[in-house]
Design a protein around this ligand. Structure first.
Ligand code: DX5
Ligand code: ZN
Length: 245
């Protein structure tokens, strides 16, 4: 089932010296979700921030915190991110041998469970955990840094995963190098949730952030192949009311 388009700005591209203000600004600018890139310098060759930073920015918005854990191991830290205010917690299929257990643990914490696949990881890696998932995140760059170029090779993977999802209420998220120029192709391939860092946090004002988000949203909407949407069962859309702390 393909849901309505969601735009999730990645705060990795925000001004870290004013992170709280940046979260509030991009909320005002129309972000549907806030994508939080957690990096440990082990699973990826970069270090960003941890649960304490997520806890600190939580009061700045009621929008969904879409937490992307680029860490290994993962299970030790899930509770801390859940308590810090994450709504969706996404782990990498490559981060350890027990993905099914990690996804169960996320749901046991009352959070939405996501899995992310690096560009070289085939969709078959998640074939046996589909019923543990609320979100699948396809990396269209090699994880670790913002501002990289989109890997067109991943469009076929997005199409195949859209087909794997079938009628399940699983969001299909794409992350890395997404811009107003490729958002149509991303949505046409079957994605309904688009992460964008450098393409959103361009400029410094709410007005610029608003224009950047809107340009990506419009492009994605134009790219989608109209899909029958059963109004009775909408895919997960975590709005303020539905946010779980
Ligand atoms: C990369 C992160 C992405 C990245 C997106 O490892 O997972 O979320 O920050 O930034 P852009 O949109 O600039 O590629
Ligand atoms: Zn990310």
């Amino acid at each position: 089932m393909t849901g309505e388009i969601i735009i999730a700005p990645s705060i990795l591209a925000a001004d870290f010296a004013r992170l709280g203000e940046e979260v509030a600004a991009v909320d005002t600018a129309g972000a549907d979700w806030i994508h939080c890139d957690v990096m440990d310098g082990h699973f990826v060759p970069n270090i960003s921030f941890g649960a304490d930073v997520i806890k600190a920015i939580r009061p700045m918005t009621t929008k969904v915190f879409d937490v992307h854990l680029m860490i290994a191991p993962t299970d030790l830290y899930l509770e801390a991110f859940a308590k810090a205010g994450a709504d969706v917690i996404t782990v990498h299929a490559e981060a350890g041998p027990h993905l099914d257990r990690s996804l169960q643990a996320i749901r046991a914490l009352g959070k939405k469970a996501g899995v992310s696949l690096c560009p070289s990881t085939p969709e078959s890696a998640i074939e046996y955990v589909l019923d543990r998932l609320d979100l699948i995140l396809v990396m269209t760059v090699n994880p670790g840094f913002g501002g990289q170029s989109f890997l067109d090779s991943q469009l076929e993977k997005i199409r195949r995963i859209r087909s794997m999802i079938g009628d399940r209420t699983i969001r299909l998220e794409v992350d890395g190098g997404v811009t107003r120029d490729n958002a149509a192709a991303v949505a046409a391939a079957g994605a309904d949730t688009l992460v964008a860092g450098s393409a959103v946090f361009r400029g410094k004002s709410v007005a610029e952030y608003t224009a950047n988000i809107e340009a990506i949203r419009v492009a994605a909407e134009t790219g989608r192949v109209p899909k029958r949407q059963d109004k009775a069962v909408q895919p997960m859309r975590l709005g303020e009311a539905a946010r779980t702390r």
